[in-house]
Design a protein around this ligand. Structure first.
Ligand code: AGP
Length: 595
């Protein structure tokens, strides 16, 4: 997703902007640019491709000077990744960067900008021209008039030649944070905020900010001044370094035991009950999320239904938000999101709240939009996750869902306390089981050797095994670019088995929650048609072309947490052999803040 950075201080802005863009590049992008303002006006440099290409272009210039500036990493939505479509965009005295989608940009162009010359295919340039069109000497008025016309999502950072000491910002739906202290900075996420900040403002929807050298003013879109409180800010030690690992993804795979241990520790045990609050037993529960978080939700549904006997469904946020779901004040909606900023998940949360549901967030980023807007937030303790392909946050989400299921069962008295105590004990040692599962690294490296030229793979499983198959398939395809499908093992024979031919690779995920004989017959079905089946199981009874004996949790309900580990490693080593950009896969973003 796009990233915004801005600096207003006493040092030269360019180095801060370029460093800030590097910190935001994990969000995914295909072009980047900066603009700096000095006594000789606003100068812009922007480039398709990586930030290094931008930095070398900047180094060749001697005019990129000034102590105030803005920068942007663009993840193309309207218009291809080209130099002209890269941000910043300029119109008259204004230079702007934007994160989001202006849904009515065509109508606005038609109505207000028919005589304007456009240099790009972007919706953002429409915003720049609108601000300039409304400008008659007052920047705030021009920005407010424009903001009131825009539909969709936007986080804007704006420079004006007539106001060389101020960065203007406007926000609706897309995140924007402002750090103040010895210097001021603005960014799409906290990782790029200046370490010299001592307080942090989180802009809310419908707000405009004027960031001066040593103070920030806030307004609504009607230009009513807003008093806004800041939270204390201490720059976290930048633990997001790779250390001895070649990629963040591998580092984060091996950080999973600790991520799970900390999450379990935070929410398991009678003394932690108050953290989870008393939530009235609902008539139904929806779990809503995207991607891997959705796959975690599939496991969450199994646990919650088994322990609380409450009908629970799992929906992708992009479907849920337009399905007019049957929810009311007797429904609980659990939103799972690593970033806490995923547009579809945030919209789903807002829809659920508008219908009176009790909303619970499971998020990894404190103070993220989803965390702040939910009735109740559970924080996974995975720490900053940099690789686009999630691993430790996914595992921490599972741990949080396990803890939540046990908690609900306890307060709603829907399961035997002996069972719940056993589950808690199993959960408290889960991180050790995961650590053991990581010992499959060598075997996964070997299997990856045979994946290099694979074009199609299938992952099959039943029950928890199917939910793991879905996540395993996503991991493989999103970083190695090998086409992969996950299928409920019993469903394959209803069509897709027609694709199985000699040598087709099929991974069978066998978890102890479902009868061995059933998954064995599914393995035999595809093997009979020539498939090369690699079964992952903790049972010695399962037979396939290749059988990987993997450890499992001490309780079947938690087996997903150990079963997923070898597949993360397989995806990693396959992608490595194929020379893929593992931490920043093509077309992907760490946080999809547009719909
Ligand atoms: C998973 O590896 C991907 N990064 C993606 O599917 C991700 O899980 C999804 O976009 C949801 O992101 P969130 O958890 O930040 O909401």
């Amino acid at each position: 997703m796009c990233g915004i950075i801005g600096y207003n201080g006493t040092a030269q802005a360019t180095p801060f902007l370029l460093d800030g863009l590097k910190k935001l590049e994990y969000r995914g992008y295909d072009s980047a640019g900066i603009a700096v303002s000095d006594t000789d006006g606003i100068k812009t440099e922007k480039r398709k491709g990586k930030i290094d290409a931008l930095a070398s272009a900047v180094r060749k210039r001697n005019d990129m000077t000034g102590t105030i500036g803005i920068g942007h990493t663009r993840w193309a939505t309207h218009g291809a990744a080209t130099n002209s479509n890269a941000h910043p965009h300029k119109s008259g005295k204004f230079t702007i960067v934007h994160n989001g989608i202006i849904e009515n940009h065509k109508e606005l162009k038609e109505k207000y900008l028919r005589l304007c010359r456009f240099d790009s295919d972007t919706d953002t340039e429409t915003v720049a021209h609108l601000i300039n069109r409304h400008y008659s000497g007052n920047c705030l008025e021009a920005i407010a008039q424009t903001a009131r016309l825009l539909e969709g999502s936007f986080a804007l950072a704006i420079l004006c030649e007539d106001e060389p000491n101020t960065i203007f910002c406007a926000k609706k739906s897309s995140p924007l944070l402002i750090g103040v202290g010895d210097e001021a900075s603005v960014a799409s996420d906290i990782s790029a905020i200046s370490r010299k900040s001592d307080s942090l403002y989180r802009m809310d929807d419908g707000e405009i900010a004027a960031i001066h050298k040593n103070k920030v003013e806030f307004y609504d879109f009607e230009l009513n001044e807003k008093a806004k409180s800041a939270s204390p800010f201490t720059a976290g030690n930048n633990t997001s370094e790779k250390g001895e690992y070649e990629h963040f993804m591998l580092k984060e795979i091996f950080e999973q035991p600790e991520a799970v241990r900390k999450t379990v520790e935070a929410y398991i045990g009678a003394d932690k009950a108050e953290l989870l609050q008393q939530i009235k037993k609902p008539t139904g529960i929806y779990i809503v999320a995207c991607g891997s978080a959705y796959h975690a939700g599939l496991i969450g549904r199994i646990c919650i239904e088994k322990l609380t006997k409450t009908p629970t469904s799992v929906e992708t946020a992009s479907e849920f938000r337009y399905s007019d779901p049957l929810i009311d004040e007797n429904t609980s909606v659990i939103i799972i999101s690593q970033s806490g900023e995923t547009a579809d998940s945030l919209a789903a949360l807002r829809l659920a709240k508008s219908k009176g549901a009790k909303t619970i967030a499971i998020v990894n980023v404190p103070e993220s939009s989803i965390a702040l807007e939910s009735d109740f937030a559970i924080y996974t303790k995975a720490g900053a996750e940099i690789a686009v392909a999630t691993t430790k946050a996914y595992s921490a989400q599972l741990a949080a869902l396990y803890a939540l299921s046990i908690h609900f069962a306890r307060i709603w008295q829907t399961a035997d306390s002996k069972l719940l105590n056993t589950l808690e004990q199993s959960l408290e040692q889960l991180h050790e089981n995961i650590r053991e599962a990581l010992c499959l690294e060598k075997q996964m490296k070997e299997i990856a050797q045979h994946m290099q030229n694979t074009q199609h793979t299938y992952f099959i499983g039943r029950g928890i095994g199917f939910a793991v198959a879905a996540e395993a398939s996503l991991k493989l395809k999103e970083i190695s670019y090998i086409h992969s499908e996950a299928y409920a093992a019993g469903e394959l024979k209803h069509g897709t088995i027609s694709l199985i031919e000699k040598g087709t690779k099929v991974f069978a995920v066998c978890t102890p929650d479902t009868p061995e004989a059933k998954i064995q017959s599914n393995i035999d079905e595809v093997a009979a048609r020539g498939a090369n089946v690699i079964a992952f199981t903790s049972s010695p009874n399962i037979k396939a072309n290749t059988t990987v004996i993997s450890t499992t949790a001490s309780h079947p309900l938690f087996s997903a947490s150990t079963q997923v580990i070898p597949f993360q490693l397989l995806a990693y080593y396959t992608a490595k052999l194929r020379g893929c950009d593992i931490d920043k896969p093509r077309n992907l973003a760490k946080s999809v803040t547009v719909e």
